[in-house]
Design a binder for this molecule. Sequence first.
Ligand code: MRU
Length: 366
Amino acid sequence: MNVRGHHFRTIWEDESGQPIVKIIDQRHLPHRFIIAEITTVDEMATAIRDMHVRGAGLIGAAAGYGMAIAASTSPAGPDEFLQEAAAKLVETRPTAVNLAWAVERQMAAISAAGCHEEKIEIAWRTARMIADEDSDWCRRIGQHGLELIRALSRKKGGAPVNVLTHCNAGWLAFVDHGSATSPMYAAHDEGIAIHVWVDETRPRNQGAKLTAWELGEHGVPHTVIADNTGGHLMQHGMVDLVIVGSDRTTRTGDVANKIGTYLKALAAMDNDVPFYVALPSSTFDWSMRDGVREIPVELRGEDEVKFADGWLDGHPAEVLVAPATSPAANYGFDVTPARLVTGLITERGICPANEAGILGLFPEHG
Ligand code: MRU
């Protein structure tokens, strides 16, 4: 996607040919656009854990590149170094399944290598493949999701289609295009009038900081709203469609996404607003059937809830919001049961959120 007229992906290899990976450090957006270099597995693990990079697809791609850096910096011989690197990366964030998926894919690919040089070559090739696939799958999600927005636009006689989204399942959460935002970009690029309600998404405000910035850079009309606004808007006919992303979706269609998503799905169901989830196939967990009981929900530090950060007089600033002595709980994600989901938008098309529907598009997992 474009930033000030230049095309960027969220992660890329250094032009020098050295084992260096570059990322957009998302902690500084929307106020500063900072590119950082990653040269070790530990740096990549920190970047994922502390959310310099975040979002399911991007942390999958980052883990893929982390394993490539591990291959380049590992001593020749037994694979212990790579196994340690894999474990280090996987434990950084538990909910998004793309992370473990990418690391397992790397380990399987590397195990086929005959010698040290070949390991390095395979690991970089696989990392590249994971990133390119992610971008391509998100682009396809956009084309399928576009049909939904096109139909709503026709029904409204060309009046703006109001889409609500939660958190950031935009291009910053993937390698390019995004999942939930990809249909929005496709519709906007086709000249369809759309307007996006952007949930601020406390505690880290990925909606207010990242989604709003992305949409603004692309020229898509949008409005940032406090997290609890969606229900009111739906009751008053001001939301035509909800599209969110996912960090892990079971084979039965239960969807883990950023905390607060479940409440939007309940409000959507109560108001007959279609609620769609956009995800690439790398976000399915084919081993799970019951999302509420089985999906691990990340518990993060309490300061993310107690403090708010932003930009003041040209500098980053942080303020304490809650009483310093009050404890806080910071559940990163919740699970929306499949019964509340109208459909899943994947790179292979749109399907109902149930096992038969999902396997209809992905029969190889039957
Ligand atoms: O904690 P984050 O920012 O990594 O959370 C991930 C998300 O941005 C959302 O849950 C998103 O909607 C799904 S990831 C594509």
